[in-house]
Ligand binder design. Structure first.
Ligand code: HEC
Length: 257
């Protein structure tokens, strides 16, 4: 029969383990503080992107109105509304973050990206006698993220992606890590709805703090991403057959180390 026997080797283990734990505890405090700062910064970038994108969805009917020329949606107007949305969402103001800090620098770059994208698309948005102009929240968000990357891509990346079979624009395709995390974690029935995921992982060969923020299809999304699957939506893409409440989108933020 199997009676447990303690060999001297096993008996020694606890002290070895304790020593290892002591080292880990110190390292943990250190990296924990670092991760907390990363998490705060990454979440603020995701929130500001959402706050700005909401301005576009709230004004979608105005943008698509063929009877109005100038829509009054300049870069500064949209940024002002985005900051207002951000304050409602978080209670904070991105302009209050120390501009010398990394978070302040990244948020400032994102705000400039919003202004530039809007100013550069005035002709499209204000073109007379055109209804649907293709300037939808997802396009706006992608343009802002691309501009942000051009400004500060050595330090950080913000991207909107999703489950691979739901992604329309090839530029938005998930990388291997995103794809695995979306399918194995965020889409798992065990994943608490709305919880973000973060860890240190590789991005394009570089170590990064990575954050994924899940977003779920609301009724407004399904006109384009819903059923019947394959039917062409107003933007010219085939619908994905998505259902209310399903994971439709993921904001992915990387802070390179
Ligand atoms: C008017 C149609 C329309 C509506 C409504 C709409 N989308 Fe999209 N969505 C698009 C188009 C078009 C693209 C491709 C944008 C591009 O070219 O980058 C897109 C892209 C996306 C992407 C980026 C990945 C990709 O495929 O390029 C996600 C994620 C997404 N949509 C989720 C949503 C969610 C969530 C909602 C609701 C909150 C929503 N969409 C509402 C048309 C729409």
């Amino acid at each position: 029969m199997c009676t447990p026997r303690w060999s001297p080797g096993v008996a020694r283990r606890p002290s070895v383990l304790l020593a290892a734990l002591a080292v880990l505890a110190v390292m943990h405090v250190d990296s924990w503080a670092h991760d907390e700062e990363d998490l705060k910064t990454a979440i603020s970038l995701a929130n500001l992107l959402r706050a700005a994108r909401t301005v576009i969805s709230a004004n979608q009917d105005l943008i698509n109105d063929a009877t109005i020329g100038d829509k009054g949606l300049s870069g500064q107007v949209v940024l002002g509304n985005a900051i207002e949305n951000y304050r409602k969402l978080t209670g904070g103001d991105p302009r209050d973050v120390d501009p010398e800090s990394r978070q302040g620098r990244l948020l400032a770059a994102q705000m400039v990206a919003v202004v530039e994208v809007m100013d550069e698309n005035q002709a499209t948005i204000n073109s007379p006698n055109v209804g649907f102009k293709g300037f939808v929240p997802a396009v706006f968000a992608r343009l802002v993220n691309e501009r942000f990357k051009r400004k500060i891509g050595d330090e950080a990346e913000v991207k909107v992606t999703g489950p691979p079979e739901r992604v329309r624009n090839r530029k938005a395709r998930p990388d291997q890590w995103e794809s695995e995390m979306i399918q194995n974690k965020l889409m798992s029935p065990k994943w608490p709805k709305g919880d973000v995921l973060s860890m240190v992982a590789q991005n394009d060969g570089r170590e990064a703090f990575r954050l994924l923020v899940p977003e779920y299809y609301g009724a407004g999304c399904l006109a384009c991403h819903g059923e019947p699957r394959g039917e062409i939506d107003i933007t010219g893409y085939p619908k994905e057959g998505g259902k209310l409440g399903e994971l439709g989108s993921t904001i992915s933020v990387s802070l390179f180390r």
